[in-house]
Design a protein around this ligand. Structure first.
Ligand SMILES: C[S@@+](CC[C@H](N)C(=O)[O-])C[C@H]1O[C@@H](n2cnc3c(N)ncnc32)[C@H](O)[C@@H]1O
Length: 198
């Protein structure tokens, strides 16, 4: 597992001024720390709109990354037959108070191959992990995840990910990252939501 992910899993988590914050080391000797803003309640309205667009009522949902649970709470409001969450941070897993969900405490890197072994498939997959140090770690997140998507998605299933504040050239690469599926876009205010249909 990447050091940055290992360190993150051991980090302190708090909610401060509407932000979900992780305190993570920024030097090898671990004497200096910085606060990473993982998620914010300021994104609540956008996250709810995303869920409304990509979640099929009475379908099955896989969400990768619980955060503040905003997406997942909206999934519950929409109403689905199965709702699975993969979340790697123990303190964030503890924060989840949703009853009707299968909460898998793991990194997606460890658990997604097991879902595939179990032949699990989903109508919607939402991928919103924190990318750590930004686009330089992108390869280890979205690029690797996409190699599993065909096996995880039902026919006509939807896969999407959160690209808010990503540099334009990354968005360009992301747009061609799942060529075997049909890319659709939808504006949510200034934000362009990308999603693919199998
Ligand atoms: C931006 S937050 C998700 C926000 C969420 N969509 C919401 O609506 O509140 C990212 C989450 O992904 C989790 N995460 C990051 N890397 C992960 C990984 N490799 N496997 C599983 N969860 C991961 C983090 O612990 C964090 O809870």
């Amino acid at each position: 597992m990447r050091t940055v992910l290992k360190d993150f899993i051991k980090s302190d988590i708090s909610i401060e001024n509407k932000y979900l914050v992780a305190k993570t080391p920024i030097n090898l000797s671990r004497t200096k720390y910085q606060n990473y803003h993982l998620m914010s309640y300021h994104e609540e309205d956008m996250m709810n709109q995303i869920a409304d667009i990509i979640v099929k009522p009475n379908g099955s949902v896989l969400n990768v990354g619980y955060g503040l649970g905003i997406f997942d709470k909206q999934v519950q409001k929409i109403g689905v037959l199965s709702h699975t969450i993969i979340e790697c941070h123990p303190k964030i897993v503890e924060m989840c108070d949703l009853e009707d969900v299968e909460m898998i405490h793991s990194t997606w890197q460890d658990y997604v191959p097991k879902l595939i072994e179990q032949k699990r498939k989903f109508d919607t997959i939402w991928f919103d992990t924190f990318l750590f140090n930004g686009p330089c770690c992108f390869k280890y997140e979205w690029d690797d995840f996409t190699s599993y998507v065909d096996d995880l998605l039902e026919v006509n299933g939807i896969i999407s990910m959160f690209t808010n504040k990503f540099p334009k050239h990354f968005i360009k690469n992301i747009k061609t990252s799942l060529d075997m599926f049909k890319l659709q876009t939808q504006m949510i205010d200034e934000y362009e939501l990308l999603f693919w249909i199998k």
